[in-house]
Design a protein around this ligand. Sequence first.
Ligand code: NAG
Ligand code: NAG
Ligand code: NAG
Length: 409
Amino acid sequence: MVASRSLPSLLILPVLAFLSLSARASLRPLTSSGTATLQLGVKISSAGIKNVAAADRARAQALLQDSGSSSISATNAVVIYTAEVGVGSPPAYYTLLVDTGSSNTWIGANKPYGKTNTSQDTGNSFYIAYGSSSDSTSASGEEYLDTVTFSPDLVIEKQSIGVATSTNMSGDGLDGILGVGPVDLTQRTISNGKEVPTVVDNLYAQKRIDSEVLGVFFSPVFTGDIGGELTFGGYDASKIIGDINYVPITSTSPASRYWGVDQSINYGATSILKKTAGIVDTGTTFILIATDAFNKYQSETGATLDATTGLLKVSLEQYNELSSLYFEIGGVTYELTPNAQIWPRLLNSAIGGTPDGIYLVVSDLGSNSGSGFDFVNGYCFLERFYSVFDTTNSRVGFAETAYTNTTSN
Ligand SMILES: *[C@@H]1O[C@H](CO)[C@@H](O)[C@H](O)[C@H]1NC(C)=O
Ligand SMILES: *[C@@H]1O[C@H](CO)[C@@H](O)[C@H](O)[C@H]1NC(C)=O
Ligand SMILES: *[C@@H]1O[C@H](CO)[C@@H](O)[C@H](O)[C@H]1NC(C)=O
C-alpha cells in the first residue's frame, strides 16, 4: 500500500507576472570568527523566459565545452538573487545579480556609474560574453578600480569593477553582476589579459575575512522566509542543521574548472547516475543530469516530457508514488524528497506551465555521461541544502537546513 502524500493547497497570488521580493541589503557585523553575512533580495521573473529548461541546458553546454566565453550569465534563471552593493566614496548603491558561475563584478546596465575620488581608470577595457547562443548576454566597457562597500564594516579597496558602456542584460532593475565564482573565470575578460581578483579574493587579501570561503543560503520561495544570504569567510551556523560535510573539488575536467564535485545519484534504490563529476551552480535553475541518467529517471517516474516547459510532468497519482532522489557526495547522502523534486506550483506560470501542472525539476543536461561534466546541481538543489564554496581548501561543503524536508512546493 502506498501512503498518499498530499500536496499543499494552492494559494492565489494576485500578480505573478513579476514578483520582486527585494529585501534591502543589510549586513550583520563581523563576528570574532571573521565572517560577515550579506542578506540577499530575490527576484522571480517570468517575463521573457520562454523555456527555462533550454536556457539551463545552453548554459551547461557552454560551460562544458568552455567555448571561449568566460562564463554564462545567470540572467536566464527564474529565481535571481540580488545584493545591494556600494561603489565609490561615498558609495552609490547598485542592485547586482549574485552569480557563483562567473567572477567579474560589473555595473552600469541600468544606473550609471558616477566617478568619485576613489575611482581609478585602469586604462583597460573589459568584455564579457555570457555564452554563445543568440539569447546570451554580453557586457563591455572600461575597467576601474574602486571602493566596494557591502556595509560600513565590510569595505573592499581597489576592487576591479567593469563599468559597462554597452550591455544587453535585460531589465528587472538589475545594474550588473556580482561575480563570486573562481578567479580563473576572469581570464580573457580584461584587455591586459590578466586575471582580476574577485571580491572574495580581495576581502581575504585585505584581511577582512579569515579564510576565502563563501557560504550560500537560499530559502525556497513561499516558505515565509524571503530571500537568502551570502556569508563571507565561513558559513552561518544559524542556517544549518547538523554539520557541514566537505568534499574536495573534483580532479575531473572540465568540471574541475568550476565548483566541481564527484557525485552519484540513486532514485529510490535504483542507480541512475554512477559516481561522476559535475558542478554546483547558483546560476542554473534546475538540477541537470546527463541524458542517459535523465532517461532512467523519466522511466522510473513514468513522467512525460511537456513540450511547453521542456520539463518532465507527472500526474497527482504519479507524484504520490515518487521516491526520493539520493545524491551521494563525499560519502554523505543528501536526500531530495519528492516535494523537492517538483517545481513550486505557484510559479508554474513563470515557466509557461499550467496552474495545476506538476513539473519535475530534474532536467536533461543535453549530453550523455562520461564527459567529465555530467550534472549541474542548480538552485532547486541549493534551496534544500546550504552550500559552502571554500577556495582556501579547494572544497565544497553541504549541510541540511530547516527547508531540506519542507513541502512548500
Ligand atoms: C573622498 O571624498 C569623500 C567625500 O566626498 C571623503 O569623505 C573621503 O575621505 C574622500 N576619500 C579620499 C580617499 O580622498
Ligand atoms: C547580446 O549581445 C551579444 C554580443 O553582441 C549577442 O551575441 C547576443 O545575441 C545578444 N543577446 C540578445 C538577447 O540580444
Ligand atoms: C529530513 O528527513 C530525513 C529522512 O526522514 C531525515 O533523516 C533528516 O534528518 C531530515 N532532515 C531535517 C533537517 O529535518
